[in-house]
Design a protein around this ligand. Structure first.
Ligand code: ATP
Ligand code: MG
Length: 561
């Protein structure tokens, strides 16, 4: 894929090498992968890694990727999640075409295959409770013990399993287990559970079933039914591979997929566990699954991260079998890289300080041209109004400037970006002695930002015209957790950063009055900002996507030099 499509050129990795060899050596003529989310929560940036891999490989080698919902546990799964997952995969830029599947599509076939295993003496109904099964399972150093029900006859097992299906038994009363080897060094092969009784309606199959297959019994068989060639999953499933293979070897599977494992994505300052993310939402620590601080795809989108940046991040980190933790700065760097090219420059003031230009005619307004994107000349310019009263950033003024502070103070001249040079003459204070207004003069000869005599102020400030500026709520976001390894000291929730969201009331230039939700701009000198869906006409809300400070780029430059 080329840059033209917005998809970064892929680097090779061990999985791509396997795929290339399988095609070269004729083991497959086309590649079929799948992305198999369980619809029990929203997708996160770790899933994005898996999506970019699973959808990226067929784009590169020919073939297709199935979107398959692993919807085998109706207690945890909801339609809201199914819808959100589809929207997120599409937004990331991928298309499954006609290849949308659900594990629940195969419940009938899986049930038949379970009967086959029972008839062959390879599965049995066990009456042990979940606790007893766990207790019989043994440990890594001790073999398991056989269930007293392990040697039931196929006839008795068939009868009981059919009655499980018919709804005769309550939840947890019985399970169906594979009959493999209770002494296997691989715990996954110690008679794993294949079916559970769950009396709960399913989002798709309704009340048709009250027994549901486990992940292990559904996954490989679904792959085989769909003709998946390469089933790519994260390393924690490595130990399940012998079971994946055992089931396919012992069933009349219509095709023979292979499972390959890669390292899951871990990010500093970030938790990528759906269980924890659900808890953050349910306990109200965040504004919802799409809170701009969440590592969910919908949260990153609301935050203003472009899909292109997420895809290039996935390419950048690559795919390997080594578990590691990626610096969140690598993701932020990839996002800034895209936004620096694409985000129009605008003026916004977060902490406004009023400026009155004493020698500027009262009531006069003029339009100045401001450059939309210095990185992209074709983006052109836009008019910004200028008048006698302005707002600048309070932080850009010091009554007593420390050394190396070159911005505004009394007696000093600075440039207002795309406008004029102004000199501060005096300050106005409130009763508490706080500076609330600057009295300044401007030099009319410096219109556009250059002086005919060539003098150059040491600082250039952003600003907005007070009368035309649009008030806005601006939400300043930072990492959700205050330490790179949240939860390392046990209490994850104690590591939530109290300053992950700071809400301020500022002003933006009038061209942003109709900002589209999701549109990301750069507020000059401050960072990237994105209009939030909470915006209402006359009540704009912006999210700070990222500041301009790229500590990752600086770190790399230092290492390079
Ligand atoms: P969690 O453990 O957070 O609940 P999960 O892995 O159970 O997530 P699934 O919906 O089963 O969530 O995941 C769908 C696919 O995404 C799986 O193939 C899984 O391996 C992959 N995946 C999940 N988390 C990551 C991650 N952090 N990095 C890469 N791939 C991931
Ligand atoms: Mg899972």
């Amino acid at each position: 894929m080329s840059g033209e499509t917005g998809f970064p050129a892929e680097r090779s990795d061990f999985i791509r090498e396997i795929v290339a060899a399988d095609l070269r050596e004729g083991r497959h003529s086309t590649v079929v992968t799948r992305f198999p989310p369980e619809p029990n929560g929203y997708l996160h940036i770790g899933h994005a890694k898996s999506i970019c891999l699973n959808f990226g490989i067929p784009l590169e080698f020919g073939g297709h990727c199935n979107l398959r919902f692993d919807d085998t546990n109706p207690l945890k799964e909801e339609q809201e999640y199914l819808d959100a997952i589809e929207a997120d995969v599409r937004w990331l830029g991928f298309d499954w075409g006609e290849h949308l599947h659900h594990a629940s599509d195969y419940f009938g076939q899986l049930y038949e295959w379970a009967l086959d295993l029972i008839r062959a003496g390879r599965a049995y109904v066990d009456d042990l409770s979940a606790d007893d099964i766990r207790e019989h399972r043994g440990t890594l150093t001790e073999p398991g013990r056989e269930s007293p029900w392990r040697n039931r006859s196929p006839e008795e097992n068939l009868d009981l399993f059919e009655r499980m299906r018919a709804g005769e038994f309550p939840n947890g009363a019985r399970v169906l287990r594979a009959r493999i080897d209770m002494a296997s060094p691989n715990l996954n092969l110690r008679d794993p559970v294949l079916y559970r009784i769950v009396h709960a309606p399913h989002p798709r199959t309704g009340d048709a079933w009250c027994i549901y297959p486990t992940y292990d019994f559904a996954h490989g068989q679904s792959d085989a039914i769909e003709g998946v060639t390469h089933s790519l999953c994260t390393l924690e499933f490595e130990g399940h591979r012998p079971l994946y293979d055992w089931l396919l070897d012992n069933l009349p599977a219509p095709s023979r997929p292979r499972q390959y494992e890669f390292a899951r994505l871990n990010l500093t300052y970030t938790v990528l566990s759906k269980r924890v993310l659900l808890q953050l939402v349910n306990e109200g620590h965040v504004r919802g699954w799409d809170d701009p601080r969440m590592p969910t795809i919908s949260g990153l989108r609301r935050r203003g991260f472009p899909a292109e940046g997420i895809r290039s991040f996935a390419t950048e980190i690559g795919v390997s079998r080594n578990d590691s933790v990626v610096e969140v700065g690598v993701l932020e760097h990839a996002i800034r890289d895209v936004l620096n090219r694409t985000a129009p420059r605008r003026f916004g003031v977060l902490d406004p300080l009023r400026v009155v230009i004493e020698n500027y005619p009262e009531g006069q307004v003029e339009e100045l041209d401001a450059v939309n994107n210095p990185e992209d000349e074709s983006a052109g310019t836009r008019p910004v109004p200028f008048g006698r009263e302005l707002y600048i950033e309070a932080d850009d003024f010091r009554e007593e400037p420390p050394p190396k502070f070159f911005r505004l103070s009394v007696g000093r001249e600075v440039r207002l970006r795309s406008a004029y040079f102004i000199t501060c003459r005096d300050v106005v204070k409130d009763a508490a002695g706080k500076v609330v207004e600057l009295r300044c003069t401007f030099d009319p000869a410096t219109r556009g930002g250059d002086a005919p005599d060539g003098r150059r102020p040491k600082a250039t400030l952003h600003w907005v015209a007070a009368e035309q500026a649009v008030p806005a709520e601006i939400r300043l976001y930072d990492h959700l957790f205050s330490r790179p390894d949240p939860g390392a000291d046990d209490d994850l929730f104690a590591d939530l950063s109290p300053t992950s969201e700071v809400v301020v009331r500022g002003f933006v230039e009038p061209s942003l009055a109709g900002a589209r939700v999701g549109e990301t701009v750069q507020f000059e000198r401050l960072g990237y900002f994105c209009a939030d869906p909470d915006s209402r006409p006359g009540a704009l809300v912006f999210n700070r996507t990222l500041t301009l400070k790229d500590t990752w780029a600086r770190l790399q430059a230092r290492q390079g030099g």
